[in-house]
Design a protein around this ligand. Structure first.
Ligand code: KG4
Ligand code: ZN
Length: 330
C-alpha cells in the first residue's frame, strides 16, 4: 500500500491505496473553506497553521496500515509554498521513521488521475483542467508524456468565480455559490465581453472579464438579490463561453478520441453541459471525475503514486523540493 498526502492549498488529505488492485483503502479530507470564507479567499499563513492541526489528526487514523506500507507519496508542486511544506515535512518524517521510499507527486497529474481512481487509465486524452490555480488544456498521452497546450495569461477560471463572489460578498469558494445564484438569474441581462474573442491563439484570460463585472457592480451601487443573480448568470455564461470558444478552436486542429474535464471547477454544471454538447457533435468520449474527487484530495495523489511506484520513480529525502508553479511536465 501507499500512503499519500495532499496539502497544496486549503485541503488537508491523506489516502491509503492498494498498489496491485488500485483500491482506495482509506481516504479522508479536512477542508478549510469555512475558516477562509470571511477573507474571500485562501490566506496561506492561516492555511499552513490549519494543516498542522489537521494532518496529524488524520494520520492517527491510518496507523493500522503502517506495517503494510511500501512508499510515502506527497504533493510537492505546484501549490502554495507554506502549505506544500507541511505535507512534504510530514512525508519526509514518515519516510525516515518507517524506512520507506518517498514519491513526489505533481498536483496537476493528480487532478488528471482523479479520473482513474480505482480504475485503469484511459489515455491518450485531452484534458481541460479548471481549478482555483489553473486553467489549462493538456495533452496526456501517457503517465510520462504530458504536454501543456494552453494556459491562462492571468487569473484562472475558478479564481474568477472566487473573485466575483468576493466583490458581491457572497462567500468562498465562489464557484458553487455563483452557480447557485445563476440558477435564478437572467444570463442575458449583462453583455460582458468574452475574453480574447478575436485572438487566434488558444489561451485563456480572466482579468478583463473580472474587471468588467466590477465596473457593472459599481455602476449599479446597492445590489438587489435579482441583480446579484443576473450578474452571476451573465458572468458564468461569459466565463464558460470563453473556454468553449478556445476548446472549439482546439477541436478544429485536432479532434481527440477522449476528452476530460478535471479540477475543482469541473463541478460546474454549465461548463459540463456545454463541453458535453461539443464532444457529442465530434464523436469524442467525455470523461469526468466523480464529484467527490474533483476538488483537491489525496486519493488522486495516491493514484498517480501507483504509476510512479511501478516506474521506480522515487525521490531521495534530501532532494525533494517544492515548487509553487510549473511551466511544463518533467
Ligand atoms: O481543484 P480545487 O479544489 O483547488 C485548486 O487546485 O485550486 O479547485 C477549487 C476551485 C475554486 O476556485 C472554486 O471556486 C472552484 O474550484 N469551483 C467552481 C465550482 N466548484 C468549485 N467553479 C465554478 N463552478 C463550480 N461549480
Ligand atoms: Zn487542485
Amino acid at each position: 500500500m501507499i500512503l499519500s498526502i495532499e496539502s497544496s492549498c486549503d485541503d488537508s488529505s491523506i489516502a491509503i491505496t492498494n498498489i496491485k488492485t488500485k483500491e482506495l483503502i482509506y481516504h479522508k479530507k479536512i477542508s478549510q473553506e469555512l475558516q477562509h470564507s470571511s477573507y474571500g479567499g485562501v490566506v496561506p499563513e492561516l492555511a499552513a497553521r490549519l494543516h498542522i492541526e489537521a494532518l496529524p489528526k488524520i494520520l492517527e487514523e491510518t496507523k493500522e496500515f503502517f506495517p503494510k506500507l511500501k512508499a510515502i507519496a506527497v504533493t510537492n508542486a505546484p501549490g502554495l509554498s507554506v502549505t506544500l511544506m507541511e505535507g512534504v515535512t510530514m512525508a519526509k518524517a514518515l519516510a525516515i521513521s518507517l524506512d520507506l521510499p518517498l514519491i513526489a507527486v505533481n498536483h496537476l497529474k493528480g487532478h488528471i488521475y482523479s479520473l482513474f481512481i480505482e480504475k485503469d487509465e484511459i489515455l491518450p486524452s485531452t484534458i481541460l483542467l479548471v481549478s482555483g490555480g489553473h486553467t489549462q488544456i493538456i495533452e496526456a498521452n501517457s503517465y510520462t508524456n504530458m504536454k501543456i497546450i494552453a494556459t491562462t495569461l492571468d487569473d484562472s477560471f475558478g479564481e474568477s468565480f472566487d473573485k466575483v463572489s468576493k466583490m458581491m460578498k457572497l462567500g468562498y469558494p465562489g464557484g458553487p455559490i455563483i452557480q447557485e445564484y445563476a440558477l435564478q438569474g437572467d444570463e442575458n441581462r449583462f453583455d460582458f465581453p468574452i475574453p480574447l474573442r478575436q485572438s487566434p491563439k488558444i489561451e485563456f484570460s480572466y482579468s478583463g472579464l473580472k474587471n468588467a463585472v466590477r465596473l457593472e457592480i459599481e455602476k449599479i451601487g446597492e445590489l438587489s438579490h435579482q441583480d446579484k443573480a443576473d450578474i452571476c448568470a451573465s458572468f458564468q455564461k461569459t466565463a464558460v463561453s470563453h473556454i468553449l470558444q478556445k476548446v472549439k478552436k482546439y477541436f478544429k486542429s485536432y479532434v481527440p478520441k477522449n476528452f476530460a474535464i478535471v479540477g475543482g471547477a469541473s463541478a460546474n454544471i454549465y461548463l459540463r453541459t456545454q463541453i458535453e454538447e461539443l464532444c457529442n457533435k465530434n464523436n469524442t468520449k467525455l470523461h469526468l471525475s466523480q464529484l467527490k474527487y474533483c476538488s483537491d484530495n489525496a486519493a488522486m495523489i495516491g493514484r498517480v503514486a501507483i504509476e510512479q511506484y511501478k516506474n521506480n520513480e522515487f525521490t531521495k529525502i534530501e532532494d525533494i523540493d517544492i515548487q509553487t508553479r510549473i511551466k511544463a511536465f518533467k
